[in-house]
Design a protein around this ligand. Sequence first.
Ligand SMILES: [Zn+2]
Length: 129
Amino acid sequence: MNFQKPLSGRITSRFGPRKHPVSGKVGSFHNGIDISAPTGTDIVAPDSGRISEVWTHEKGGKCMAMIGRTGIRFGFAHLDQQLKKVGDIVNMGDVIAKCGNTGVSTGSHLHFTVKQNGNWVNPETYFKF
Ligand SMILES: [Zn+2]
């Protein structure tokens, strides 16, 4: 399956166990990757599919998720703007959000997650940044 990168940028935190950048707590699990990019950078749909969730979270800030063609769920957090609504159909490459610094965050970046069959998967399995 071919996916499109949600945005271009540098990975500042990888998937897996880590020391939390804000709380300093050791042993927390990073369920995605962080990609550094300026606030307002376009975030595009990595696959064609449907917007499944749009929400705001104390830590994650403005968040969105979509379900792609194979049922993989892609999640996006710390957004500056959420440009789609739940149920919207999107094509791969459509702009769905803007990168930001909302929630508990140390700078503008995208927290990007991939969930497959109910499990968090390393996004770098599918994407090269
Ligand atoms: Zn993160």
